[in-house]
Design a protein around this ligand. Structure first.
Ligand SMILES: C[S@@+](CC[C@H](N)C(=O)[O-])C[C@H]1O[C@@H](n2cnc3c(N)ncnc32)[C@H](O)[C@@H]1O
Length: 313
């Protein structure tokens, strides 16, 4: 028997139990060819292909200077001098594995904030979770597994934990909740694990939640322990087949504001993996500006006030 509000799965998952048993600095170069040793079109193509192969992220032609400035940070730090030398360092250098961490840190865009998508949170607590918990034939009625895929620094995962704790804990006191946040960028995951945020992250947080679920210390806000212990974070590349196969048995997946960085082929691959990670009757939520049109026909589109979800039937 799992203790009330204890977190027995702390290391791998987080469990919310009502018997419930639980960012690289650097110089921004100008776009001139003289920065580092010039980012030639050939080097850009080579880098674009490598990053795509490693992460599914596709840098369009108009993002050449963005990529140049991002890579420049590591080239300067490592004192390598040219984009070609850094390419060899990442592709076949002895520190390859370790360097990938830093590469992903500089090339990813990690914008996120608490309560970013209120209509999704409303749909979650008014309809999706109650329907899942009350559906006939549900094998484990008291357990809910939620995944924030591409969680960045954790604001989405913690927002989900807060609304469920606030709105549904009283109604389903026996619920076991596990929320997992994953990202390819190890540095943002460190922030996520700390649960400590600057004003920028909490700017959209309803005052009620800010007061109840954060502890303010000067100009930082820390998520309270009751919420922190419901959520765990781990590094995961959404295009890594082996890693994705380990992610099974989820009732709800949030995969928001990351598909925009992928091309169609990567989107299809990732969405297909997420589909396989969901339980039957589970839901997938993506970002406001994202769509599965032309990506997957496997889901049933479900409308909620001011938002939509994708259901696996
Ligand atoms: C803009 S943030 C979105 C954060 C959050 N989901 C939200 O909607 O607020 C996109 C995140 O996707 C992550 N990302 C990009 N490519 C990824 C990949 N192949 N696997 C996992 N995470 C990835 C980035 O590191 C970044 O933190």
């Amino acid at each position: 028997m799992i203790n009330q509000f204890s977190s027995p799965l702390r290391k791998n998952t987080s469990t919310f139990s009502f018997t419930l048993g639980n960012k690289a600095g650097g110089i921004m170069p100008s776009s001139s060819a003289s920065s580092a040793a010039g980012f030639s079109d050939a080097s850009f193509q080579e880098w674009r292909d490598l990053i795509y192969e490693l992460s599914g992220i596709y840098f369009q032609d108009n993002k050449k200077y963005l990529l140049e400035s991002r890579l420049q940070k590591r080239i300067s730090y490592l004192n390598l001098g040219t984009f070609e030398k850094y390419y060899e360092y990442v592709k076949s250098g002895p520190n390859r594995k370790n360097e990938l961490k830093y590469l992903f840190e500089v090339i990813t865009i990690n914008e996120t904030f608490f309560f970013r998508n209120q209509p999704q949170l409303d749909a979650l607590v008014t309809t999706v979770v109650p329907a899942l918990l009350e559906s006939n034939g549900r094998v484990n009625k008291n357990k809910l597994r939620i995944w924030s895929a591409a969680s960045s620094s954790g604001e989405e995962a913690y927002s989900v934990a807060m609304v469920i704790w606030e709105m549904l804990r009283p109604k389903y006191p026996g619920l076991t909740l596990e929320i997992i946040g994953t990202d390819i960028n190890y540095a943002v995951l460190e922030t996520a694990r700390s649960g400590i945020y600057k004003e920028y992250s909490i700017r959209n947080t309803p005052p009620y939640y800010l007061k109840k679920y954060f502890k303010q210390d000067g100009n930082t806000w820390e998520v309270i322990p009751d919420i922190k212990r419901l959520v765990t974070f781990k590094e995961l590349n959404l295009t890594d087949d082996a890693g994705m196969k380990m992610m099974t048995g989820f009732d709800i997946i949030f995969c928001a504001n990351v598909l925009i960085y992928f091309d169609t082929k990567s989107k299809i691959k990732v969405i297909n993996s997420l589909y396989n990670s969901l339980n039957r009757d589970g839901y997938l939520f993506i970002g406001y500006s994202e769509t599965l049109h032309g990506i997957s026909k496997a889901f049933k589109l479900v409308s909620f006030p001011k938002t939509i979800g994708y259901k696996k039937e």
